[in-house]
Structures are given as C-alpha cells and as structure tokens.
Ligand binder design. Sequence first.
Ligand code: SAM
Length: 264
Amino acid sequence: MQQLQHQARKRFGQNFLQDSIVIHQILISIAAKPEHHLVEIGPGLGAITAHLLKACDRLDVVELDRDLVTILQQQFSGYEAKLAIHQGDALTFDFDALAKDNQPIRVVGNLPYNIATPLIFHLLAQTRAIADMHFMMQREVVQRLGAVPGQKHYGQLSIMVQYYCQVEILFAVPPEAFKPKPKVNSTMVRLIPHQKPPWHAMDFSCFTMVVKTAFTQRRKTLGNNLKPLLDAMTLKHLGIDPELRPECLCVAKYVQISNHLSMY
Ligand code: SAM
C-alpha cells in the first residue's frame, strides 16, 4: 500500500524490503530490548522501523529523502515520545551526539548500496558511542569486511574495519527480497566495536597511510609496495617477510609497521 505512494529513487539507493521472512531474520539478529537506544539509517517506508519501534523505548531514524520523511511522519504520528525522525545525510550525521547518559547507541540499517563504504568509515570514527551495528549491504562489500589474511577479499577495507570492530557475517539475502529488485546480492553483517582494542596505532593517519601504500599494487610484494615508506631490511627486522603479498599480513603487523614509522 505504502509503496504506491512513493516512486523508488535510484539515486538514493532505494530498494525496499518486502520479504517478511527476511525482515523477521533481521529483527532476530538485532534482538532489540526496551532499554536499548536504536538508530536506523535509511528507514525508507518503515519496513524495519515499525518493528523496532515496538521493541525498544528509544529510536532515532536518519532519512535523506524528504518525501519519505513526510510519509514516515504520517505513518508514525503519535510515537513522537520514543521516535525522532531526522531528515539528513547519514554521511555527515553526528551519531555521537545521539548517545546520551553514557548509553551507547545500536545502529541498524538496510543501507543504500552506493554509500555503504563511506558510511562505515564515517561510523568507525564514532565507535566510542556505538555498541554495535547491523547492516544489510552488498554481498561483495561484506565479504571484504569479514575477510581474513590470505583470502582474496582481504584488503584495505578489511584491515581498517577490523582494527575497530569484530565482524560477523550473518546471512545472505537474494534480490527478490526487495522492491525494486537490486542487481546485486545482499548480506547481513554485524559489527561490534572492540571494547578493549586489541591494537593501538600510535598515529592513526600513519596507519591509514601504511595500509593504503601496502595495497598500491596487490600483485606486488609488501617490500616493493612499502618502498616509499621503509626498506626491506627494516621489514625483516620487524619479523615481516618483505616477499609476502599485502593480503597475507594481519592487522597486528600493519599496526606494528605503522608504530615503527611513528617513532621516527
Ligand atoms: N529501510 C528501508 C527498507 O529496508 O525497506 C529502506 C532501505 S533503502 C535500501 C535505503 C534507504 O536509505 C532509503 O530510504 C534512502 O532514501 C535512504 N538513504 C539514501 N541515502 C541516504 C543518506 N545519505 N542518508 C540517509 N538516508 C539515506
């Protein structure tokens, strides 16, 4: 019914969930409780929102499309005490500011595929305020988030996200679950910011630069790619084989290289 009122906009990555079994699976994986403070990115026509609202006492939603915001305001009028609808761009939204009284927020969303990666980076910078994140994203992006050293999807995105979070790949979702049907497959993923970070990069911008430089050319060795930053001998002194490919090195070793460079 509601979908008749709104023409899906491709530029906003609008693929609305229409499969009640998938919606149920998402809700089970989120397992919202009344005391949780949830934040949904891109509520769209409210497919998940309506259920979250029943489950928790505090829900904020961030939606870019003004027409959808109007629909949501009508759909959920009367719920103002526990629902706040924010019209805005999640890519610049201050999620930190929503976390009140030391209670971290739980972020969820069937994300617009075109902004999923930059959005994750925006959220990673605010993980102190975030208890966990549950996202539906393009399968290939989730594969990269969860990949471990040696796997073909392991790369910059895996390392940067795993530096901050534990990644759990949850379940696959076919295009038929959405209207309109996207051209890609989707996967649900859970990201849990580390309570006690296993690694500490002394200079985070240096860490970012090391990871980026290491993957300049995937087919080249670490020694070759990292030449602009340090020589093969130094890598050997750090216990790292310069002949390795960049996708073979774990997060801890990238942090180690970065911290070595930060000291000089
Ligand atoms: N949650 C709904 C569902 O599952 O049916 C809609 C999901 S749809 C894939 C993505 C939603 O994100 C759309 O409602 C779209 O308008 C919204 N959106 C797109 N870009 C956004 C942005 N930068 N900030 C906030 N919302 C955005």
